[in-house]
Write a protein that binds this ligand. Structure first.
Ligand code: UGA
Ligand code: MN
Length: 347
């Protein structure tokens, strides 16, 4: 006998038992109800099975949704700013120019900047080493960004301040002489930004501000010029002055981190960073922008729209050099560099 028919027999016996119990109690009208509930019609049995398995299915679906939701959170933290995928609707290439030089904290600074820039597409990074040769550890960082980049060495020439001026000049010359290679095949337009290696950049600086610069874009910079924030003063969408402490009378009272110029402005002038800038009180920004033929009316301000809780997208930070404890056993001899245990540190 198959197990199916033995189950049916058991059900039948159980049904008979209920029937006789109901008859004994004298409640005949309940028989049908009892028997149906216990034995069930074939359709009801299927329904019961469906109900049972449906519950299982619902339970497993619930577990799946919970697990999926959790793993989604792990995979994609709730910081949309770091995950935003930008569609470059302008077709502009962002060209970032970064002077850099050997120091103990340089690899850390460059790594931080590389991690930020690698989130931005359609970006060409021009890095100019203030030295006689390029440094493999820097090149490795640039390689790992996956960005198109140019890395060259140009040691500061005699007469130039050692603050990246000469390196930016060499970058401007490179942009003018190799425009199509830097733009790449897919781009006809570009924007040039001078991003120093030690600042802290919000990805939105590139995706929301720099990408949209048609002539000269200017925005707020945090922790700069001896104050907490320097920003353009905007009235009816136009820049009328600058909210800065240091040297506010400059035509462009802005730090290097606070502006970007359209590539056409660069290509239509031969302005470079000279050896000094008297109009800037020593700072090079206003001289460069004035030499490019720009006026205050050309400024497109960014990030001023809100009246409060305005956000700063770039911070003029500086990594402090750590105090290295040197052994002073024999002070008559020069102190040897600290041991790096085979690790690469620019000591
Ligand atoms: C501030 C501005 O933020 C700079 O853009 C501006 O060039 C500078 O003032 C100036 O007065 O000219 P600050 O933070 O004081 O800059 O200077 P650094 O960040 O030390 O240097 C600016 C850039 O030049 C950096 O990318 C740095 O790596 C590079 N640099 C500095 C060199 O290439 N060689 C050096 O010897 C020193
Ligand atoms: Mn700096």
């Amino acid at each position: 006998m198959s197990s199916k028919s033995s189950d049916d027999d058991k059900i039948k016996v159980f049904g008979d038992k209920l029937e006789s119990q109901a008859l004994q109690k004298g409640c005949e009208e309940d028989i049908e109800k009892h028997c149906r509930r216990c034995i069930g019609y074939p359709t009801m049995r299927t329904m019961n099975k469906l109900k049972k398995y449906g519950m299982y299915t619902l339970f497993f679906m619930f577990i799946f949704v919970v697990v999926f939701q959790f793993s989604e959170d792990v995979r994609q933290p709730a910081y949309p700013v770091f995950k935003r995928s930008e569609t470059n609707q302008t077709n502009r290439m962002i060209i970032v120019v970064t002077p850099t030089y050997k120091r103990m904290t340089r690899i850390a600074d460059m790594l931080r900047m590389a991690n930020t820039l690698s989130h931005v597409k359609d970006l060409h990074w021009i890095v100019i080493e203030d030295g006689n040769k390029t440094i493999p550890a820097v090149q490795d960082i640039l390689d790992r960004t996956g960005l198109p980049y140019t890395y060259q060495a140009h040691k500061t020439a005699l007469g130039y301040p050692r603050r990246g001026w000469y390196q930016r000049t060499m970058a401007l010359k490179l942009i003018r002489s190799n425009t199509s290679q830097i733009l790449g095949q897919d781009h006809q337009e570009g924007v040039v930004y001078f991003g120093d290696d030690d600042n802290s950049y919000d990805i939105r600086l590139f995706t929301d501000y720099i990408r949209n610069v048609k002539t000269l874009g200017i925005w707020a910079v945090g922790l700069v010029g001896g104050t907490v924030v320097e920003a353009p003063k905007v009235v009816d969408g136009k820049v009328t002055a600058f909210n800065v402490k240091w040297n506010p009378k400059r035509r462009f009272a802005v730090d290097m981190a606070g502006f970007a110029v359209n590539l056409n402005v660069v290509l239509n002038s031969d302005a470079v960073f000279g050896t000094s800038c008297k109009r800037g009180g020593g700072a090079p920004e206003t001289c460069l922008l004035e030499d490019m033929g720009l006026e205050r009316e050309d400024i497109e301000p960014f990030g001023y729209e809100k009246t409060k809780d305005r956000e700063i997208f770039v911070w003029h930070t500086k990594t402090s050099t750590p105090n290295i404890v040197q052994s002073k056993k024999n002070q008559t001899k020069p102190v040897p560099p600290p041991d790096t245990f085979g690790y690469f540190v620019e000591v």
